[in-house]
Design a protein around this ligand. Sequence first.
Ligand SMILES: [Zn+2]
Ligand SMILES: [Zn+2]
Length: 335
Amino acid sequence: MKAVVFSQPETVVVEQVADPRCEPGEVIVQVKRAGICGTDLHILRNEYLSNFPLIPGHEFVGVVVEVGREVLDVKPGDRVVVDPDLYCGHCFYCRNQQANHCLNWQGIGVTRDGGFAEYVTVPVRACYKLPETISDAQATFIEPLACVIHGLNRLRTHPADEVLIFGAGPIGLLLLQALQNSGAAKIVVVEKHANRRALASQLGAVAIAADENQTAALRELVPYGFSIVVDATGVPAVIEQALNYLRPRGQYLQFGVAATNATITWRPHDIFRNDWTILGSYSQCLTFSAAIKWLENNKIDVESLVSHTFPLTEFPDALQRFARGETLKVHLQIS
Ligand SMILES: [Zn+2]
Ligand SMILES: [Zn+2]
């Protein structure tokens, strides 16, 4: 079969590799569509948990073409989306409803071969059957949307929250819609690219340019500060000033992924004085079903977030354009 292979750090090839086989409890999925994510870049740069060579790809949808022994829940022909996070189910964290911190975690497309290929072998327990009303393009967003829903589960949302989101990339735009669904009264997005700001306002947010006038513009919109501030950039300079916009009793959510060695300065006195809550959100935690439900009921517009669709063979070019920030969400149409 044809597959994208990260043969060593910083090296991408599209080549012919052996067809995958399936062990008991596993199925082979013919991949239809897959999404490129910032994590794929971290993996390629050897800034993540992966070993090489690796077939990356952890956001994908496909059709089951073969099932191994002891597989009862799915059959060939079933259209499925695959939860790439494989939890052991029996470690301390799994037993305390924190599967995203599983001590024996494995990731499809991260620690084992993933979906940037014609076929991929996955454990049957990672498969979720899809209703026909969800398109392949929508289904490819289930994994990132599941991460956003985990972020929402971390927050305590209240009716009529006033929310500020830094960054209107694909994740910022999903967060925007998720928080709208949770009853926010006003959502303001700060973003440097005009095309992303346009999309954010189309989706119902007030979009502000990230520049020297942003502080004045935000003060005018919400004079007493926001009840929720979310970072969806991962940029230390953005994160460092984010609390300036948080009202007393407000919640700050760190969603964007900063470099592992990045540092910022915050004053503990400010956190004390303002009753602030500081939250993180790591990956997703059994939130696939919720993501499927939102898409099935048209609660989230994801298709307008796809800016480019490439064939598998053009992956190296697709990844470069993504890395240069020229795109919004990039999909591969594989079969
Ligand atoms: Zn991802
Ligand atoms: Zn575990």
